[in-house]
Design a binder for this molecule. Structure first.
Ligand SMILES: Cc1cc2nc3c(=O)[nH]c(=O)nc-3n(C[C@H](O)[C@H](O)[C@H](O)COP(=O)(O)O)c2cc1C
Length: 183
């Protein structure tokens, strides 16, 4: 049986999802076992087979059918890219898909959760989104938004922002979060 720490990577339906290997590969190199969970909408945004080959685990996007083994329990959860939609729903406690169920419960259990949004400046401008980010931070969720993390791009220029998306910052933040819990 594996004793590796388990990282859940929740992928939303946002542009950079196609590059999620940029998070998975360094996580694996740092000794994490990686379980990818996709929102239903995200399934069309990345190559699930390639991700399964990389992680050695099935991509989950729905509740387990009877007889299908449970995923290992998460030591930490990263949401990247986090969509406008999922950030808002999570802040409100909406759990209308498997990824949101896992996230809502994970926050409740006190599992370190790191959210790396990918939203354009128009979305980021919305008061409901700003309130969602504040609410999640109040609950201890690390939201990597703002200077030094993800800075929203002008609408229509998301493609140019893919290469600046700070995937690996999520891993450093997870480690900080875990270290603070053990202090
Ligand atoms: C091609 C395409 C690209 C999109 N890119 C983004 C994005 O970068 N960020 C975002 O928040 N939403 C983006 N959206 C909108 C989301 O996919 C949409 O809000 C979806 O309902 C999100 O679902 P989820 O939060 O369950 O993953 C995009 C939609 C399409 C069709």
């Amino acid at each position: 049986m594996s004793t590796a720490r388990t990282l859940y990577v929740v992928v939303c339906a946002a542009g950079p999802a196609e590059h999620v290997d940029r998070l998975i590969s360094p996580a694996l190199a740092q000794g994490w076992q990686v379980q990818v969970i996709a929102t239903p909408a995200a399934l069309g945004f990345f190559d699930t087979q390639a991700v399964e080959d990389l992680t050695g685990r099935p991509v989950r996007s729905r509740h387990r059918a009877p007889g299908i083994p449970r995923s290992p329990k998460a030591d930490a959860i990263v949401v990247a890219p986090a969509s406008f939609n999922t950030v808002n729903k999570l802040a409100q406690g909406v759990a209308d898909n498997y990824a949101l169920d896992v996230l809502n419960e994970g926050i409740g259990f006190g599992i370190p959760v790191v959210v790396l949004p990918f939203v354009n400046a128009a979305y980021a401008q919305r008061r409901p989104f700003q309130r969602s980010v504040a609410l999640l931070r109040e609950e201890g969720v690390r939201v990597l938004l703002g200077e030094g993390a993800f800075v929203p791009h002008p609408a229509g220029q998301g493609g140019d922002a893919f290469d600046r998306f700070p995937w690996e910052q999520t891993l450093a933040t997870v480690e900080e979060h875990l270290a603070e819990r053990t202090e």
